[in-house]
Unconditional design. Structure first.
Length: 314
């Protein structure tokens, strides 16, 4: 059995809260469990892939089985619910609209309603994909324009959550990091190809403002401490193309820069439309939380200064 986690010291920590994190075997969920386990009574829920963390409990649960979920929530009595679980593969969602709705729309709505009865703070991880990508640098109140079923599901979930539980916090972000499976983020996709000396295609006309999972976790800490509610954008302070991001990763990890191949979105003949520019304006995040945002380069440097928590420790 492999147990993931850190040995972060518990000194100077606030009162330990009961925190429930869904999607504990996924990219963000696993990293948040690692982040909160040393300083809270943390429980992680996973669907099918068993996972274990030092200092946290994990449970397998089908989030679409509402009766079982409700019973488990009342047993745990979480003070904070961070809902990371989702069906995030854009093509899969397009091909499975009924299942997509059940997971990406109905489950968040149910959990938001349950959190009211429990008196829990509900935090929903949404996506910049709710925008059409024609403008970029989107603010929280800008009109949405989802281009695919995945994006519409996230948007519909946001609407339901705000309507049923206005005290909730909705986070929109494009994040990267290490995951337990090793293949859940753009960073791991890049490193996977480069490590095999394979060509890495990069869109020169697709833009975003990514944030690493460690910075996202710390931003969540700040948002929870000042009781932020509503919608909040997280990300880097600047925008880069996917091509430029891959270039940075290859350079920082000392891979051959010649592996990078510039391509355009149109040339890729994608089956499902995606926003060309999903970058976010994060001025509200800086204003409310008082945390200076990092550039993409600084964020990547900071990320690389930390070990991969999902590799076996000596």
């Amino acid at each position: 059995m492999v147990i993931f986690g850190t040995d972060e010291k518990l000194s100077n920590m606030p009162i330990r809260k009961k925190i429930l994190i869904t999607g504990a075997s996924g990219l963000l969920g696993a990293n948040l469990v690692c982040h909160y386990a040393p300083k809270s009574n943390c429980t992680g829920w996973y669907a099918t892939n068993p996972i274990y963390f030092k200092g946290a409990k994990t449970e397998q649960i089908d989030l679409t089985e509402y009766s079982s979920v409700a019973q488990a929530l009342r047993r745990i009595q979480p003070e904070i619910i961070i809902h990371c679980a989702s069906a995030s593969n854009v093509d899969w969602n397009e091909n499975h609209p009924t299942h997509s709705k059940a997971i990406n729309e109905d489950v968040p709505k149910f959990l938001a309603q349950e959190s009211i009865e429990l008196g829990s703070k509900f935090i929903f991880i949404s996506s910049p994909f709710i925008f059409d990508g024609k403008e970029g640098n989107y603010r929280e109140g800008d009109p949405p324009g989802p281009l695919n079923i995945y994006a519409r599901g996230k948007l519909n979930a946001e609407i339901s959550i705000i309507k049923s539980n206005p005290n909730s916090l909705i986070i929109r972000a494009c994040f990267y990091g290490y995951s337990p499976s090793g293949n859940h983020s753009i960073l791991e996709w890049i490193l996977g190809l480069a490590s095999k000396n394979q060509e890495v295609p990069g869109f020169t006309d697709s833009y975003f403002s990514p944030i690493n999972v460690y910075d996202l976790a710390e931003a969540l800490d700040a948002a929870i401490s000042v009781k932020v509610k509503g919608i909040l954008h997280l990300g880097s302070i600047n925008t880069v193309s996917k091509y430029e991001f891959i270039q940075m990763v290859l350079h920082n990890y000392e891979y051959n820069a010649d592996l990078l191949k510039p391509i355009t979105v149109d040339s890729a003949s994608l089956n499902v439309s995606r926003p060309r520019d999903s970058s976010l304006d994060i001025s509200l995040f800086q204003e409310i939380l008082g945390i200076p945002a990092r550039t993409v380069v600084d964020g990547l440097d900071r990320f690389m200064s930390k070990p991969n928590p999902f590799l076996p420790q000596p």
